[in-house]
Design a protein around this ligand. Structure first.
Ligand SMILES: Cc1cc2nc3c(=O)[nH]c(=O)nc-3n(C[C@H](O)[C@H](O)[C@H](O)COP(=O)(O)OP(=O)(O)OC[C@H]3O[C@@H](n4cnc5c(N)ncnc54)[C@H](O)[C@@H]3O)c2cc1C
Length: 417
């Protein structure tokens, strides 16, 4: 009998694993199970679709033919409800059992709902799938007023969709600025100005207390914690993800806001692996457990998981421990924005404002650069990422690091002095 690899999730992590497995094991059975009704698409681009800037076609990455051509059994609209490591099977919502020799859980997360009255009303949107994007686009095209809740990387996409669709929207933030864990007031002010320019009004020290609905159960207004009422036919909520770990709950996998994996994507359960957003992986640069919600990281983890599964099944493939500096860019404004590494962590930081649309902040831990945020000028990103990968101790050279046209050589000179 041929080896059997089963993958839960056809996001970028799951799909990359399937591709890696098929490349090395032409005769193996490869099954990809997804509860979505379509094959892999570019999740990063669904915001551009919802804004009305892109048609559907370029967002798709794989048509079902792609799986047929590679003899990969893609099961759409199929939810895995249980994993049984003793029997080496997974169970689907229709009661089918699929046997595996090696199992990859690449199930990502599901957006959290606000724990407030009427948060499930019609017109209150959460944003993760292409199907969500279709509904958001259709509704935003019709709506005149809106509210967005969640001052992070996904919330700003919802705000930009309102801007792109001419929805007169307010962006309610709990603190005094956008993404307060990674940006100071100076950096955030550039973002706030960008939001205002697209017609979105940031509202600080706010947040949704409850939503008001009409007789049809549709949202009509958002009342914030200060008692202020904001007309909102359209509401977008992005307050974080719940990772889809329930299927591993009765196994020996370590679950802690995600699934623990080692630097090769192995969980604590024999023959069960995990990759992508769902993992709490061992970060070999930071030497600690970390989590990463970004496309590039999920892709790398998926490909590595596929190769580890092959290696553990006896195939002659090289595997290298996961060592990756992630980045995440925002392209809604006239100026570019990029965060990299771990910009919300660390024990020290430095920053500089260069102009009304150019700002930079770097974070350090134990003297090493671990992350940062660049607004306006992304040129130094690869140099900073290199320093992170090299685990260079550079926190004592912040002046050099913050030079507008910073070069690693200058840093080396400074180190020798
Ligand atoms: C609107 C939006 C914009 C983004 N923009 C950026 C960006 O600019 N840059 C960036 O780096 N990242 C961005 N991201 C994040 C990035 O898309 C994710 O980090 C990445 O897609 C994670 O991939 P994944 O394969 O781990 O998980 P996912 O893409 O979430 O895939 C998991 C899949 O598993 C399926 N699934 C879950 N449970 C089950 C089950 N029990 N049975 C069967 N199937 C199941 C899910 O339906 C889903 O299809 C964005 C995300 C969104 C939603």
């Amino acid at each position: 009998m041929s080896e059997s690899y089963v993958i839960i999730g056809d996001g970028i992590a799951g799909s990359s694993a399937a591709e890696a497995i098929r490349e090395e094991a032409p005769d193996a059975d490869v099954t990809v199970v997804t509860d979505e009704g379509e094959a892999l698409y570019n999740r990063i681009l669904i915001k551009e679709f919802a804004k009305g800037k892109l048609p559907e076609a370029p967002i798709s990455i794989h048509e079902t033919d792609w799986y047929d051509e590679r003899d990969i059994d893609l099961r759409l609209n199929t939810l895995v409800t249980d994993v049984n490591p003793d029997a080496h099977t997974v169970e689907t919502h229709e009661g089918d059992e699929i046997s595996y020799d090696k199992l990859l859980v690449a199930a990502g997360g599901t957006p959290n709902q606000l724990p407030v009255e009427n948060s499930d009303a019609e017109g209150v949107h959460h944003f993760w799938t292409f199907q969500d994007a279709r509904q958001i686009r259709e509704h935003a095209e019709d709506a005149d007023t809106g509210v967005v809740v969640g001052a992070g990387l996904l919330g700003i996409d919802l705000a930009a969709i309102c801007g792109g669709q001419d929805v007169d929207a307010k962006y309610l933030m709990r603190g005094d600025r956008w993404w307060r864990y990674a940006l100071s007031s100076d950096g955030a002010e550039i973002i706030h100005d960008g939001l205002r320019e697209m017609g979105i009004e940031p509202v600080f020290e706010s947040g949704a207390d409850h939503f008001e609905t009409n007789d049809d159960g549709e949202v009509v207004a958002t009342v914030d914690g200060n008692g202020d009422r904001h007309e909102s036919e359209f509401v977008g909520v992005a307050i974080g993800l719940d990772f889809n770990v329930e299927i591993l709950q009765d196994t020996d996998a370590t679950i802690d806001n995600g699934v623990h994996v080692d630097e090769y994507m192995r969980t604590d359960v024999e023959d069960v692996y995990a990759a992508g957003d769902i993992t709490q992986y061992w970060d070999t640069i930071m030497d600690e457990r970390a989590q990463n919600g970004s496309w590039g990281s999920a892709k790398q983890q998926g490909a590595l998981a596929g190769r580890t599964m092959l290696a553990d099944e006896g195939h002659d493939v090289d595997i290298e421990p996961f060592r990756w500096v992630s980045s995440y860019s925002i392209t809604h404004f006239d100026f570019p924005f990029l965060s990299f590494g771990f910009p919300t962590m660390g024990d020290e930081s430095c920053e500089r404002k260069y102009s009304d649309t150019e700002w930079r902040r770097l974070t350090f831990k134990d003297g090493k650069l671990i992350g940062g945020v660049l607004i306006g000028n992304l040129a130094p990103q690869s140099k900073y990422k290199q320093l992170i990968k090299d685990e260079a101790v550079v926190a004592d050279q912040q002046d050099v690091l913050l030079q507008e046209n910073f070069e690693i050589d200058e840093l080396a000179l400074a180190q020798e002095q």
